[in-house]
Design a protein around this ligand. Structure first.
Ligand SMILES: Cc1cc2nc3c(=O)[nH]c(=O)nc-3n(C[C@H](O)[C@H](O)[C@H](O)COP(=O)(O)O)c2cc1C
Length: 499
């Protein structure tokens, strides 16, 4: 079992189903993985928009009602349900009602919605079994983080996993939230010198608390190198309970190459020797670690175990399984294409406003196609990847290189930063089936992110057009044979527990 034992010691899963935003790692997927004894992870990115769009599509069923009934502040539930229900929207072909973009102003209703949405996602993932559940967030996205973490903790989340930035401040925040303390964090802003006053993000958990303390989830930092892993362990504000070491072949965002960026003929970043992970350094850090990126067959699990890993984190293989949140026609297109090994994945250095490389699969009708991209009118109305900046008058502004170019330039942004930028917020919402409807009934179009090894999914598929999360687990599990490498102790313990 992977649940806490009487002594408080928890055995570790050999498999982490990676957090995949937006809403690809939904509660259905996480529940299926947790139920099977491994670590199921929900994505917390954009969770309040996902929640209110689901409400507007589907209303409230009995399972959701039970979770809502258990939320400690019923007035929050009542207010949210009154605003976001199918009748207020007026019909499935009309635009979704939107939530205001978050700012540093610490608006109570925005924080309440975040807490509720994250609570619901984790509570649904945890319902009906005794397995462990984690939540994944991107460090780059700052403002929603603390209320989202708190909502997850209210629902008893077991793990928090964060990368896409260096989350050194998060472990201490988890300690504070577990003690029911007010959390204040400085908003990191472009162009602000250290001595300059920056606004504090403030979250007060006390209005939700019926008990004095909450369980502190384990914190796993997602890193790309042993150097970052070392920095994380040294500089962290609280306990780091483990590391996920992710190679740049993984789906989603990747770390940029160390040093100056150079690209190949197709524009993919070139990684070199400095990007190689030194696993002996990792082993010496004394915390469990999981290997991520390209784990598409049992041999890769075996290799990871031989390096001393406790296990692996897997994204791409889970992204297309029956339970994932990927919109079903897109899922079908990818599953057909992998049979002929024809999914082409590019590492784009321009698509993401974060500035990090981002994997884009070439799928017809998505924003990976130049003409589809070219036809979209720019609009920024979700704003998760906006950066805060200091205006000339000293006040705080927000901008995103994917917003309308003239607006971005007016805010002091650079023209070159806008080239080929994709509005990942709207596109990834569409990928999960929650694309906004614009004028004349047109929907926002999706983008599919996937690992470099996507075509290797064919090995697991064996000609099928549908498979389940448990198929991924069963398939990879055969790589868990005892290894003679430095990992035998870890591999033995985790394999013996859950295999
Ligand atoms: C569709 C998709 C979305 C992803 N989104 C996130 C995310 O929001 N946060 C994150 O930390 N990692 C994200 N990842 C990375 C996965 O959590 C995982 O580490 C990675 O997929 C492992 O490599 P693989 O894709 O080769 O299996 C994403 C991956 C995929 C395929």
């Amino acid at each position: 079992m992977t649940s806490p034992t009487d002594s408080g010691v928890r055995s570790l899963p050999w498999l982490i189903q990676g957090g995949m935003g937006i809403a690809i790692s939904n509660w259905t997927l996480a529940r299926a993985v947790s139920k099977a004894g491994q670590l199921g992870v929900v994505s917390g990115t954009g969770i309040e928009t996902v929640f209110v769009r689901r409400l507007q599509d589907d209303g409230v069923d009995a399972e959701l009602q039970a979770v809502l009934d258990a939320f400690p502040l019923p007035t929050v539930v009542t207010d949210v349900l009154a605003k976001f229900n199918p009748s207020r929207r007026g019909g499935p072909d009309l635009p979704y009602r939107v939530v205001p973009m978050s700012t540093h102003r610490n608006v109570q209703s925005s924080q309440d919605l975040l807490v509720l949405a994250s609570y619901v996602e984790v509570a649904l993932a945890k319902a009906g079994h005794g397995g462990v559940v984690g939540i994944n967030l991107l460090t780059k996205v700052q403002i929603p983080t603390v209320p989202t973490l708190f909502g997850a903790m209210l629902a008893g989340v077991d793990y928090v996993l964060m990368g896409a930035g260096i989350p050194v401040h998060i472990p201490g925040i988890l300690d504070q939230l577990a003690r029911g303390e007010v959390v204040e964090t400085a908003l990191i802003m472009e162009g602000a010198a250290e001595k300059e006053q920056v606004p504090n993000l403030r979250f007060d958990p006390r209005r939700f608390l019926t008990e004095r303390s909450l369980k502190r989830p384990d914190f796993l930092a997602i890193v790309s190198s042993h150097v970052l892993a070392g920095a994380m362990m040294k500089r962290s504000s609280g306990q780091v309970n483990g590391l996920v070491v992710e190679a740049p072949i993984a789906g989603g965002h990747n770390a940029p190459p160390r040093g100056a960026m150079s690209v190949d003929d197709e524009g993919n970043p070139i990684y070199g020797e400095r990007d190689q992970v030194d696993f002996s350094v990792l082993r010496d850090l004394g915390v469990p670690f999981w290997v991520a990126g390209g784990i598409t067959m049992p041999e890769r699990v075996r290799e990871a175990m031989a390096l001393g890993a406790t296990g692996v984190q897997v994204g791409t293989l889970f992204a297309y399984c029956h339970e994932s949140g990927l919109e079903s026609s897109l899922k079908g297109s990818v599953l057909v294409a992998v049979q002929s090994e024809s999914v082409h994945v590019k590492t784009s250095t321009s698509a993401s406003s974060t500035g990090y490389p981002f994997k884009v699969a070439s799928i017809e009708g998505t924003l990976s196609e130049a003409d589809v991209y070219g036809e979209r009118a720019r609009i920024c109305d979700l704003g998760y990847l906006r950066e805060a900046y200091l205006k000339d008058d000293g006040s705080v502004g927000y901008r995103c290189p994917s917003e309308p170019v003239e607006i971005f330039l007016k805010k002091g942004g650079a023209l070159e930063d806008t080239v080929d930028r994709v509005c990942l917020c709207n596109a990834l919402m569409a990928t999960a089936g929650y694309g906004q409807i614009r004028s004349k009934g047109e929907r926002e179009l999706p983008i599919v992110t996937s690992g470099d090894c996507t075509n290797e999914l064919a090995i697991l598929l064996r000609g099928r057009r549908d498979y389940h999360a448990t198929d991924v687990i069963e398939f990879l599990k055969t790589g868990l044979v005892a290894s003679s490498g430095p990992s035998s102790e870890h591999a033995g313990s985790s394999a013996e527990v859950d295999a």
